[in-house]
Design a binder for this molecule. Structure first.
Ligand SMILES: Nc1ncnc2c1ncn2[C@@H]1O[C@H](COP(=O)(O)OP(=O)(O)OP(=O)(O)O)[C@@H](O)[C@H]1O
Ligand SMILES: [Mg+2]
Length: 292
């Protein structure tokens, strides 16, 4: 196991440093690097999770390939084909891709197939999830009759905010809103079917889309344990919080410390880091059948 890669510093213009990714400007494309940073409750934690960036990147590449008919932002995934100035940094191998520069549509497109997290909290109070009325009698982690689309704004600072489909339509226009909703539910449905065949439940997920030359492009990451809730199907039971292959483990640990969710977060103990790393690796292995 190599040490966590927390920050890159290439002699290239840095377009953006997100919570997890470092994005460099290559002129007519971006170099999109997944570091080993981990965030929870919108706060970057310390230390990082060794190999996490590599695994996330490979899971996204896997899913973009699985949905080859849907336009995505990938231009080049083979490190050996990258420009020389990038190949001079072998630590980026496996954790970076070259992507199309898109204008990001400022909506988080969320699909939920199960009742958990903030959705479960809201349902207990009002019988709704993001304002959508659901049938009565659902339990924690119940499967929904139909997956639902629950958009949120992408906030530059602070937490993303759930919005109604009507509000989304006002922000991006009714036609694009409907297109993104249909695309989100279609990808989620097909991905959930595939994952189920590999023993994984994808409880929910978040997509981002961008525009490139007037066309909608699937950008960012694809159905990773950072952007989704993955549950082992053989341990699932409605009525209890399923174990997970994702960040939930870290979130649960953070909650157990009584942290008030204002930065800085408590330092992750070595066993939490090791355990989280194992979960990301297990997700990759089970989903793709390959070793990371
Ligand atoms: N092809 C693309 N073109 C332009 N921007 C992109 C593209 N793909 C992803 N992005 C943006 O790059 C960033 C990815 O970095 P990262 O995931 O670390 O950010 P983040 O902390 O989740 O960011 P944010 O707070 O904006 O959601 C996101 O802001 C995402 O919207
Ligand atoms: Mg992100």
């Amino acid at each position: 196991m190599s040490a966590a890669l927390l920050e890159t510093s290439l002699p290239l213009p840095l377009a953006r440093r997100g919570k997890v990714r470092d994005i460099y400007d290559l002129g007519d494309s971006f170099l999109f690097v997944a570091t080993d940073r981990i965030s929870a409750f919108d706060v970057v934690l310390s230390p990082g999770i060794p190999d996490k960036g590599r695994i996330l990147n490979q899971i996204s590449v896997f899913w973009f390939g699985h949905f080859a008919g849907i336009e995505n932002h990938l231009l080049e995934t083979e490190f050996d084909q990258f420009p020389l100035e990038v190949r001079a940094h072998p630590e980026l191998r496996g954790r970076s891709v070259i992507v199309r520069k898109c204008s990001v549509i400022p909506i988080e497109c969320v699909a939920r197939g199960y009742l958990i997290g903030s959705g479960w909290k809201e349902y207990q109070q009002s019988g709704t999830v993001c304002g959508i009325k659901l049938q009565r009698g659902l339990k924690m982690a119940s499967k929904l009759r139909e997956p639902i689309f629950t958009p949120a704004t992408k906030e530059e600072t602070g937490h993303d905010e759930n919005i109604s489909f009507e509000r989304m339509s006002k922000i991006v226009g009714a036609e694009l809103a409907a297109q993104l909703r249909d695309l989100t539910l279609m990808i989620y449905g097909r991905a959930a079917d595939y994952a189920a065949s590999r023993g994984i439940i994808i409880a929910d997920t978040k997509f981002e889309f961008g525009l490139h030359k007037g066309r909608v492009v699937w950008i960012d990451e694809a159905l990773t344990p950072d952007s989704s809730r993955f549950w082992p199907a053989d341990q699932y039971a409605a009525g209890s919080n399923p174990p997970s292959f994702d960040k939930q483990f870290v979130r649960d640990w953070l909650e157990s410390t009584g942290w008030d969710k204002n930065p800085p977060a408590p330092e992750l103990p070595p066993e939490v880091v090791a355990n989280t790393r194992e979960k990301y690796i297990a997700a990759y292995r089970q989903l793709t059948g390959n070793e990371p």
